[in-house]
Every structure is written in C-alpha cells, then in structure tokens.
Design a protein around this ligand. Structure first.
Ligand code: 5GP
Length: 141
C-alpha cells in the first residue's frame, strides 16, 4: 500500500514557513530542530527535514543522511545539557504507529535511569521552561 499524500498544511510545515512560532535549536539549509511543546521529559526536541515528506516511508533517501547526522548532533548535545544517562530517539510512521503530525520528524528525548516518561503528546510545557531548556542544549552544540 502506498503512503497517503503529504499535506502541506501540517503544523511542522507551518513552523518551517514561519507561520507559527517554535523554540528553535538548530537550523541549516536542509534541517530544523526545535523543542517539542509537549515534552515527555525535559529537553525533548524534534528534528525535521525542510523537504516535504509525510514520514520515513515516503522520504527521499538522499535527505536521510544529513538528517540523521543532525539527530546525532542534537542527541549528543541534549544528553550533555541534561546530564542524562541515555537518549531515546523515536520516530513514528502513520497513526497506527503513533504518528500525530504528518511531516517526517525524529524525537530526541534525554533519559535518566528510573525516570518515567510523561505521555506522548500530553500536556503543554510553559514557553519559559522550553526556552530555558533550549538554551542549555544550544550551549552544548
Ligand atoms: P508524533 O506522534 O507525530 O511523532 O509526534 C508529534 C509531536 O509533535 C508530539 O510529541 C507533540 O508534542 C509535538 N507537537 C505537536 N504540535 C506541536 C507544535 O505546534 N509545536 C511543537 N514544537 N511541537 C508540537
């Protein structure tokens, strides 16, 4: 079965266009990283390609190499910024797998031994906390 078509009005496309704000961490010609507004743990961030794809299933393979290199860089920075024991990198494809926003993205979540994650896409974090956490990560980039 083929993937459904990319829908250009998704929330991350709007962030890329600057139509809605995001607490940004890193940007280059092909990639944007920003804080997740409903973090499952402090420092939870998202890395997205600027190229349009619904998820990994329809992504241009040429995009993925540069994208995963940025995921790695942000994962290293987030682990250091939060003195984490580990980092979870998560990526969902289609609603059955938990995807709720239909523009390819990787979650990067600092993890501490024994700390339980908040629910996926649960409560909104305050903008001040997101900005403070973003500064910690940017200091490690
Ligand atoms: P998915 O289930 O598609 O992998 O996860 C989408 C993620 O996007 C969720 O973790 C959710 O908290 C996050 N999210 C949803 N809307 C927004 C938004 O408007 N801004 C930001 N920065 N994150 C969002």
């Amino acid at each position: 079965m083929t993937s459904p078509a990319y829908e250009a009005d998704n929330i991350f496309a709007k962030i890329l266009k600057g139509d809605i704000p995001a607490v940004k961490l890193y940007e280059d010609d092909d990639t944007l990283a920003f804080m997740d507004v409903m973090p499952q743990a402090p420092g939870h961030l998202l890395v997205i390609p600027k190229a349009a794809s619904r998820n990994l299933l329809d992504a241009d393979p040429a995009v993925l190499g540069g994208l995963i290199a940025v995921v790695q860089r942000l994962a290293v920075a987030a682990k250091a910024a939060f003195d984490a024991d580990g980092v979870q990198v998560v990526q969902f494809n289609e609603p059955a797998a938990g995807q709720t926003v239909f523009h390819l993205h990787f979650h990067v979540i600092p993890r501490h031994e024994g700390a339980i994650l908040k629910p996926h896409a649960g409560g909104m974090e305050s903008i001040d906390v997101l900005k403070a956490n973003a500064e910690k990560i940017k200091a490690e980039l």
